[in-house]
Design a protein around this ligand. Structure first.
Ligand code: ZN
Length: 383
């Protein structure tokens, strides 16, 4: 994949130079000093500032990067390697076959109904309703558009789920993620105006990412042996740990790019490498492939197409861990808090919605460290 992208490096660099200049001009025309400040207003980010983002970057660096490093140390030893190369980081370290949690769309659906039912019968009721009303298109087939999403239908007030299941664990994550969005749609149905149901991603992804974690309680529906179940849950948690540093890296980079719109290509490359060191584990040897690392941001379409839209997933992921913690401490109360907060839709500010769930919209090192302490403790109990 790197080699194919590498062919276009100069084109992508030139394109991005041009985009930065045009974006800077848009910001100036609109009376802002830089494009970041303009975008915060344009995206309706009224509930947090650039300083909150910086705090998030710092907390991830301090609380999560060391955990990702531990994962890499373990991977290296499991693979029996002297040195990890980039391609060693996305294979099963024990060389096992991929997990096969289901076979075909009908199997995925029936297992997911069982899974959600064991968490909360109202959750599975939502999915059952969608099944009975032909609101699910789960299976991949020739000619079908790629991707996966939940989309609410404004008039009938019910959502539908579209995805491309092929049989792997990622599809289970996708379905429970989209089911979280769907359940959010059902919870918001009584709200009076469509605008109230149009939640920002910091709230929408809280619904879906929480469901990914909470639903693990019922993942035995997909696996008939304990070893595979544990492996699946660990893969899910390791995904959480590895994604957050990348989100912080991408976000911090964009702040720098638009705070310094007249930077050179060389400076940009140096900045990305500096951030990659800050949010990376230092465990992967890129010798001979230095540019693969230096231009790895080229693979992140958000930086080109939807600037600054990305950190929402980081915030929501932290909220989801908090939600899962509440559920783990007290199942009934946790589920109640989840529903209570999501019912609000966007009738209240993001911190107020989080507070209704018993969560803080907080990115201090202390808060994030506490969340990850819980995650690490819970992970130990999987084994
Ligand atoms: Zn989502």
């Amino acid at each position: 994949m790197y080699e194919r992208r590498n062919v276009e490096t100069d084109k992508l660099e030139a394109l991005f130079d041009e985009m930065v200049q045009k974006r800077q001009q848009i910001a100036l025309n609109a009376g802002f000093g830089n494009y970041r400040d303009y975008m915060f207003k344009a995206m309706g980010r009224y509930d947090y500032t650039k300083e909150d983002c910086f705090q998030f970057h710092n907390a991830i660096e301090k609380a999560v990067v060391p955990l990702m490093r531990e994962l890499m140390v373990r991977r290296k030893s499991e693979m029996g390697l002297e040195q990890l190369k980039p391609w060693d980081t996305s294979v099963d370290p024990l060389g096992r076959e991929p997990l096969k949690p289901f076979d075909g769309g009908a199997d995925l659906l029936s297992k997911s109904l069982n899974c959600l039912n064991s968490v909360d019968s109202w959750f599975s009721g939502c999915l059952e309703y969608m099944k009975n009303n032909n609101l699910l298109d789960l299976e991949s087939r020739k000619g079908k558009a790629p991707g996966g999403y939940n989309y609410p239908l404004a008039e009938s007030n019910v959502p539908f789920i579209f995805m491309n299941a092929s049989g792997n664990l990622r599809d289970v994550e996708t379905l429970v993620h989209e089911a979280g969005h769907a359940i959010h749609s059902f919870l918001m149905a009584p709200l009076e105006l469509n605008s109230f149901k149009n939640t920002p991603s910091e709230v929408a992804e809280l619904a879906s990412m929480s469901m990914e974690l909470i639903s693990m309680d019922g993942w035995n529906a997909y696996f008939d042996n304990e070893a595979e179940l544990t492996r699946a849950k660990l893969e899910q948690i390791e995904g959480v740990i590895s994604t957050l540093p990348w989100i912080a890296n991408v976000d911090a980079f964009q702040h720098w790019v638009y705070e310094n719109p007249n930077h050179s290509r060389k400076e940009r490359k140096a900045k990305w490498l500096e951030l990659s060191a800050r949010f990376g584990t230092g465990m992967v040897d890129y010798t001979g492939y230095e540019d693969a690392l230096a231009y790895s941001w080229h693979k992140q379409l958000h930086i080109f197409e939807i600037p600054f839209y990305y950190i929402e997933y980081g915030f929501a992921q932290l909220g989801a861990i908090g939600m899962w913690k509440l559920y783990t401490e007290n199942r009934t109360q946790g589920l109640e808090s989840y529903k209570k907060a999501l019912k609000l839709g966007y009738t209240q500010s993001i911190p107020e919605v989080y507070a209704a769930a018993g969560l803080e919209f907080n990115f201090s090192e202390k808060y994030v460290t506490d969340l990850f302490d819980f995650l690490q403790r819970t992970k130990m109990n999987f084994k």
